[in-house]
Design a protein around this ligand. Sequence first.
Ligand SMILES: Cc1cc2nc3c(=O)[nH]c(=O)nc-3n(C[C@H](O)[C@H](O)[C@H](O)COP(=O)(O)O)c2cc1C
Length: 356
Amino acid sequence: MSRDTLFSPFQLKNFTLKNRIGVAPMTRMSSLSDSVPRQDVLDFLVRRAENNAAIVYTEAIVTDYESAQGYPGQARMTTQRQIETWQPVVRSIQQCGSIAILQMFHCGRMAWPQVNPAGRTIGPSPLTPKQNNPLTGEPYPVPDEMSRFDMQHVINGFVETAKGAVAAGFDGIEIHGAHGYLINQFLSSYCNQRTDGYGGSVENRFRFAHEIIQAVKPVVPDDRLICFRISNWGVADMEVPLYGSKDEYQQIIRLLSGEPIDAISVSTYDFTKKAFATEQNMAQLTREATDLPIMICGRIHDRTSADKALEDADIILSAKSILLNPNWVADLQAGKPMDAYASEEANVAYTDTPLP
Ligand SMILES: Cc1cc2nc3c(=O)[nH]c(=O)nc-3n(C[C@H](O)[C@H](O)[C@H](O)COP(=O)(O)O)c2cc1C
């Protein structure tokens, strides 16, 4: 691969990206009861566009007011005030020649019931993650097994949030199917032990994701993007592969490829890591099963790792490096030596002090 690929344009559907670099979705927990992020958190996103990131993702936006919220201070996009808060942010990002994508999130069993108005936790099956809630140190509550009514309510939340994103002017939406949250819980046999049409075979476990994508599609204009994020790890299941085998993972990627989506974002915490006892990393396994554009992230911290990651993907996303270094894109371009940040260093994301 030539050294210039990272800073060459990429055609993502109708958008010509100026380079292959994006800001990964990052939850900041800064919203008050109105589910609107703090102004400095919004300004932080605009600054990343000003500093040349071609894609700017929002934090994970909670899709409804029932049981969807997993962390305190998360944002939503279903009220006029929320839409009007984001409109100038999106416009500013676009004025930099970048695109803005809103990530839609339902926590499922990884819930914090106190912050959800319904005071209830839901999931595909009444099973908890292996680890405790990292913020409270307490075990997660056992979720209620979702009924068909619950599923429809969740789907409606994704649809309403997608409508909010479109009204706010976003160039695209992403369905969060990763990190052990609700959609991932349905996809994974580890968390989904249903015996109805939503559990068992890979096709059945994919059905809920399919219904969400199909419900969201008609409210997203054709000139906007629909992306889907996937991972083989969960925030409260770090050591458990969420898919049983390479074959199972690739079946899901093939099913996703048959959906009306424009890109798959593969989240890892180290993009070089080989997966499913193969000699392939997650991007390679994904590439083998789809022709869709692929975004990849995970410890991409300097020019060498960025170039390497692009060998198997079309776009790189960064969370920690771009969070902690506002000049990361320029530093990549200059080939500046940069170390990977430790996970703990990202905790500044949750302080009240505005980040540069
Ligand atoms: C502060 C912080 C918040 C995050 N919030 C989200 C989120 O809201 N949605 C999501 O899909 N991933 C989230 N992630 C995961 C990142 O998008 C990314 O997948 C992960 O950090 C690995 O990339 P990195 O090595 O560049 O940090 C978050 C990561 C960090 C550090």
